[in-house]
Design a protein around this ligand. Structure first.
Ligand code: DC
Length: 226
C-alpha cells in the first residue's frame, strides 16, 4: 500500500473519454503536477520497438520499462505537455493509433506494470498531483482523496477521435476507429492485471453529450467535495 505524500486527484477511464484534456485543465487550475500514466505505457511500447524488443518479450519489456529515460516538459498555455524519450521529442509519435494499441498490449503484463509503479508514485510533489490513467484510483494511488471515473460511450469517443484525426489530415473511417476503441476497451477491462474499472469510492462522470467546460466544472465540484 502506498502512503500519499501530497493530495492526489485520480482520474481513470477508457481511452478517448477526455481525461487528457480534463486532467491538464485541472492541473493548471489548481497549480498541481500532472501524471499522464498512459504516456509511460506508450513510451515503453515505443522504446521497445526502437530497440528491437518484441512486444511479447516480457523480460525484455520489463528491462525497457525500468530503464526508460523520459521527461515531461509543461507546454506553454494551451499547448500539450512535451514528452521526451532519450532527450528527443516524441510528443506526436506516442499519440498514434498504433502506439496506443501497442501500449495496450504491453500494459496487460503485470511485471511491466510493476516496473512502472514507483516511477508513477514519484510524481507526487507538493502542492498536489492530478493523475490520469486506468488504475490511478485502484492500484497506484488507492489512498487518493478524490477519485473520478470519466467515461463516454464508445460511439462518442470514436466520433471525437475521428474529428481530431480528420483535422490532422489522417485517412481513417469511423467504423475502423469504433472497432479499435471496442477492442482496446475489451483488453483494458478484461485483463487480469489492474483491469480498467471504477474504484469503489470513485465518482463516475459520463461525458457523453457534455462540453469540455461542463465536464471540467463537474470534476472541480467533485474535487471541492473532498
Ligand atoms: O490513456 P492512454 O490511451 O494513453 O493509454 C494507453 C494504453 O496504456 C491503454 O490502452 C491502456 C494502458 N494504460 C494502462 O494500462 N494503465 C494506465 N494507468 C494507463 C494506460
Amino acid at each position: 500500500m502506498s502512503e500519499l505524500t501530497v493530495p492526489v486527484i485520480a482520474v481513470d477511464g477508457p481511452g478517448g473519454a477526455g481525461k487528457g484534456t480534463i486532467t491538464q485543465m485541472l492541473a493548471r487550475e489548481l497549480g498541481w503536477h500532472l501524471l499522464d500514466s498512459g504516456a509511460l505505457y506508450r513510451l515503453t511500447a515505443l522504446a521497445a520497438t526502437r530497440k528491437g524488443v518484441s512486444l511479447d518479450d516480457e523480460a525484455g519489456l520489463v528491462a525497457v520499462a525500468a530503464s526508460l529515460d523520459v521527461a515531461f516538459e509543461p507546454g506553454v498555455e494551451g499547448e500539450p505537455v512535451r514528452v521526451l524519450l532519450d532527450g528527443a521529442d516524441v510528443t506526436r509519435e506516442i499519440r498514434t493509433e498504433s502506439c496506443g494499441n501497442n501500449a495496450s498490449l504491453v500494459a496487460v503484463m503485470q511485471p511491466v506494470r510493476d516496473a512502472l509503479l514507483q516511477r508513477q508514485r514519484d510524481f507526487q510533489k507538493s502542492p498536489g498531483l492530478v493523475a490520469d490513467g486506468r488504475d490511478m484510483g485502484t492500484v497506484v494511488f488507492p489512498e487518493a482523496p478524490v477519485k473520478i471515473f470519466l467515461t463516454a460511450s464508445a460511439e462518442e469517443r470514436a466520433r471525437r477521435r475521428f474529428n481530431q484525426l480528420k483535422d490532422a489530415g489522417a485517412d481513417v473511417t469511423m467504423q475502423d476507429l469504433l472497432d479499435e476503441i471496442r477492442a482496446r476497451d475489451e483488453r483494458d477491462m478484461n485483463r487480469a492485471a489492474a483491469p480498467l474499472k471504477p474504484a469503489d469510492d470513485a465518482q463516475v462522470i459520463d461525458s457523453t453529450g457534455l462540453s469540455i467546460k461542463e465536464v471540467f466544472d463537474r470534476c472541480m465540484a467533485v474535487a471541492g467535495q473532498a
